[in-house]
Design a protein. Sequence first.
Length: 118
Amino acid sequence: QVHLVESGGGLVQTGGSLRLSCAASERTFSTYDMGWIRQAPGKEREFVASISGNGASEYYVDSVKGRFTISRDNAKNTVSLQMNSLKPEDTAIYYCRAVGEVTEDNYWGQGTQVTVSS
């Protein structure tokens, strides 16, 4: 069982920045692909970004490319999402997700609210 705790959400104006963090309680953290998924009000969950276990590969949804950066620190069992040039359409609950690279079991955090005002 992997326990994930997100932090760093909040209210920011258009064009501002936020940094989300996710702490994992797993000694084999590096064997999990980590990602961020978001859900806006009235919409389905949307993939935002992911990073491989060793940090070598990153993936982003087109709408955040060039604005968001995902990173991880396997020594600290954390993954972060740096969000710059935020837009109102980025408003959503952001969830941290862990997916086992071999087992494919997956775990979710409780989510953190990001609100971008226009």
